[in-house]
Design a protein around this ligand. Structure first.
Ligand SMILES: Nc1ncnc2c1ncn2[C@@H]1O[C@H](COP(=O)(O)OP(=O)(O)OP(=O)(O)O)[C@@H](O)[C@H]1O
Length: 557
C-alpha cells in the first residue's frame, strides 16, 4: 500500500489511471470469459451475435492499448521516482553536518542507493498484479453468476491458498530482510578491504580474519538464507500449480456427483480453472519481486528519514550565496562540542573555547594526541556545529543556518586530504593561466604536474598532493587558510621552504593562516601559538618572528 501512496504522491493521476486500467481490463476479461463459455456451450453471443468476432478482437485491442499506455506511464513514473530518490538522498546528504555524516556511515548510503534500483521492478510487478487480480475477480464473479455453490467452493479454496501463501511469504520476507542486513555489513567489510588494502596486506592474521571470519561468514549466511528463500519460492510455485491441477481433478471427478451436475453445468468450472491457471501462477511468481521492492522501500525510507533528520533541510538555503565580504576578525565565545557514545552519553567535550583571530595572523595550533586540535579546527571552519557558545565573524554572530556560507570563507586542507578527480570548482586549469602557473612554481611542481584538458592528474605522492591542494586553495582566493599538519608529509627542504617562505608569502597576500603543527623547530615563524590539552586552550601566546631575508633568498633559489 505504501508503494501506491508513493506513486500517487508523484502523479495525481496515478489512482485514476490504475482504476481506469482495472475497469477496462475487467470488462474485457469478463467478456472474453463469456465468449469462451458460450462457445463451449454452443450458444451465440447475446448481443450483435453476427459481429461477435469483431467484439472479441476489438476488446482485445482496447485492452492491449490500455495496458500499453498504462505500462509506459508507469515506466516513466517509476524512473522519475527512482532517479528522484537517488538525487534526493545525495542532495540531502550534502547538507548534513560532518558529525552527523560520520554517525550515519558511508556504507549505509551506498546500500540505500543500491536499494533504489529495486524500484525498477515496479512496472512489471504492478502490471502483473493488476491484470492477474482482475482476471481472478472476473472469473470468480462469473462462477458465482453460474453457480453460487461452485463459486463459494472456489472462493473458499482461493482464500485457503491465500492464507497459505501469506504465512509462507512472512517467513520469506523475514529472510529477505536478514539478507539485506547482511548486505549492509558486507559493504562495510568491502570498504574496509578497499580503503585499508595496505593495512590488510601488512598482516596475514588480519587478512585471514577479515576474509574468513567476516566476509566469508557473512556471505555463507547470506547464501544459506538465499537458498532457503529461493527453495521456498519455488515450492510455492510448485504447490500453487499442482494444487490447481488437483482443483481441476476435483471439478472433473468430485463436483458433478456431489452437486448432481450435468456436463453443461460444470463445463464453465473447468474453463475457469484453466483460465485462472496462468494469472495465479504469475501472481505467485511475482511475489519475489514484490518482496524485494517492499523491503527496499522500507529501507530507503529509514535511511531517507535519518538523512532528513541530520541534513537539516529546513536550514538548507535554496541557493548558496557566495561569501563576498573580506575577512577582518573572528571570535569564539565559549564554544563547546560534545562527542557522544552510542547511548547518547557525553564521551568527550572540547571547550569551552574563547578566542579571537584577526586578519593577517599566522597561528600555529599545537597539543598532544587527542587534545582537541582537529575538533577545534572543524568547529572553526563550521564543519561541526557547537553544542554551546557562538561564533562571531566580522563582528556579527553566525546563525546555524548560515554555517554553509560561513564555511565558504575558509580554504581547508585536512591531514588526510582528498583531491577530486574532476574539476568541481570550475578552475581555469590550463598552462596559459598565469595565476595557476605562478602557484605551481610557488609549490615547485612545474615539472611534476600533468595539466591537460582543464584537469590536473592526481597520481601524486602524499606530499605533492598536499602541495596541489594548496595550489587549489590559493585559486579559491579566500582569506582564511586552515592547514592540518600540512608540512608533515613534505621533505625537510620543502618543509623549511613552507615555514620560511610560503607562510610569509601568504601573510603578504593578506591571508590569515591557522595551522596545526608539531614542527616546534619552526614555531618562531608564527605570530601566535595556541596550545590545546584535554579539549581546552591551555596556552595562547604571541611570538616575535625574526625576518631572515638571507635564508629566504637561499630557499627561493
Ligand atoms: N568521532 C569521535 N567520536 C567520539 N569521540 C571522538 C571522536 N573524534 C574525537 N573524539 C574524542 O575527542 C578527542 C579529541 O580529538 P581530536 O581529534 O580533536 O584530537 P587531536 O588533538 O586532533 O588528536 P590527534 O593529534 O591525535 O589527531 C579525542 O581524544 C577523542 O576522545
Amino acid at each position: 500500500m505504501h508503494l501506491l501512496k508513493i506513486f500517487q504522491s508523484q502523479s495525481r493521476f496515478f489512482y485514476t489511471a490504475l482504476i481506469g486500467l482495472g475497469l477496462i481490463n475487467s470488462f474485457t476479461f469478463s467478456v472474453l470469459l463469456l465468449f469462451i463459455n458460450l462457445t463451449i456451450a454452443g450458444k451465440p453471443f447475446p448481443v450483435w451475435a453476427q459481429y461477435s468476432w469483431l467484439i472479441f478482437f476489438g476488446l482485445l485491442a482496447i485492452s492491449v492499448v490500455t495496458t500499453k499506455v498504462f505500462q509506459t506511464y508507469l515506466v516513466k513514473l517509476t524512473q522519475q521516482i527512482l532517479y528522484g530518490y537517488e538525487l534526493n538522498i545525495v542532495d540531502k546528504l550534502r547538507f548534513a553536518t560532518l558529525s552527523d555524516f560520520q554517525k550515519l556511515g558511508s556504507e549505509r548510503i551506498y546500500t540505500a542507493i543500491n536499494d533504489v534500483r529495486a524500484l525498477g521492478l515496479v512496472p512489471e510487478v504492478m502490471i502483473v498484479i493488476v491484470n492477474s487480480s482482475i482476471i481472478v475477480i472476473c472469473a470468480l464473479a462469473y462462477l458465482f453468476y453460474t453457480s453460487v455453490t461452485g463459486g463459494l467452493c472456489m472462493l473458499g479454496l482461493m482464500l485457503g491458498m491465500l492464507f497459505f501463501y501469506a504465512t509462507r511469504n512472512n517467513v520469506i520476507r523475514k529472510n529477505l530482510g536478514k539478507v539485506r542486513d547482511l548486505q549492509d555489513k558486507y559493504h562495510k567489510y568491502l570498504l574496509d578491504l578497499l580503503n585499508g588494502f595496505r593495512e590488510i596486506k601488512m598482516s596475514s592474521v588480519r587478512n585471514q580474519n577479515l576474509f574468513t571470519r567476516f566476509i566469508k561468514a557473512n556471505r555463507d549466511t547470506a547464501k544459506e538464507l538465499g537458498q532457503q528463500t529461493a527453495v521456498r519460492y519455488l515450492d510455492n510455485e510448485l504447490i500453487g500449480r499442482y494444487s490447481w491441477y488437483v482443483t481441476l481433478g476435483l471439478v472433473i471427478f468430485v463436483l458433478p456427483p456431489l452437486l448432481n451436475m450435468r456436463m453443461q453445468e460444470y463445463s464453465p468450472f473447468i474453463v475457469i480453472v484453466l483460465y485462472l491457471m496462468g494469472p495465479l501462477s504469475s501472481l505467485v511468481g511475482i511475489m519475489t519481486h514484490l518482496n524485494t521492492i517492499n523491503i527496499a522501500v522500507e529501507r530507503i525510507q529509514v535511511v531517507e528519514e535519518e538523512i532528513s533528520a541530520v541534513s537539516g533541510s529546513d536550514r538548507k538555503p535554496a541557493v548558496l550565496p557566495r561569501a563576498t565580504d573580506r575577512f577582518e576578525s573572528l571570535v569564539f565565545r565559549n564554544i563547546c562540542f560534545d562527542y557522544t557514545d552510542h547511548l547518547k552519553q557525553k564521551a568527550f567535550t572540547v571547550g569551552p573555547i574563547s578566542l579571537s583571530i584577526n586578519k593577517g595572523e599566522i597561528i600555529f595550533i599545537t597539543g598532544g594526541n587527542g587534545s582537541g586540535k582537529t575538533t577545534f579546527m572543524n568547529l572553526l571552519i563550521g564543519l561541526y556545529q557547537p553544542s554551546a557558545g557562538s561564533i562571531g565573524y566580522n563582528g556579527r554572530a553566525v546563525p546555524l543556518n548560515e554555517y554553509s556560507t560561513y564555511s565558504d570563507r575558509f580554504s581547508a586542507i585536512f591531514t588526510n586530504n582528498h583531491l577530486f578527480g574532476e574539476n568541481y570548482d570550475g578552475f581555469d586549469l590550463h598552462t596559459d593561466n598565469d595565476e595557476l602557473m605562478q602557484y605551481v612554481d610557488m609549490m615547485q611542481l612545474r615539472h611534476v604536474l600533468k595539466i591537460d584538458a582543464n584537469k590536473i592528474d592526481i597520481g601524486l605522492s602524499k606530499g605533492q598532493s598536499k602541495r596541489l591542494a594548496l595550489i587549489y586553495a590559493l585559486m579559491e582566493n579566500r582569506d582564511l587558510f586552515v592547514l592540518d599538519e600540512w608540512a608533515a608529509e613534505q621533505d625537510p627542504g620543502f618543509r623549511a621552504y613552507f615555514y620560511e617562505v610560503i607562510l610569509s608569502d601568504l601573510k603578504a597576500m593578506g591571508k590569515t593562516v591557522i595551522a596545526v603543527t608539531h614542527d616546534d623547530h619552526y614555531f618562531h615563524h608564527a605570530d601566535r601559538i595556541i596550545k590545546f590539552d584535554y579539549g581546552t586552550i591551555v596556552n595562547d601566546e604571541t611570538v616575535s618572528r625574526p625576518m631572515n631575508v638571507a635564508k629566504r633568498d637561499k630557499l627561493l633559489v
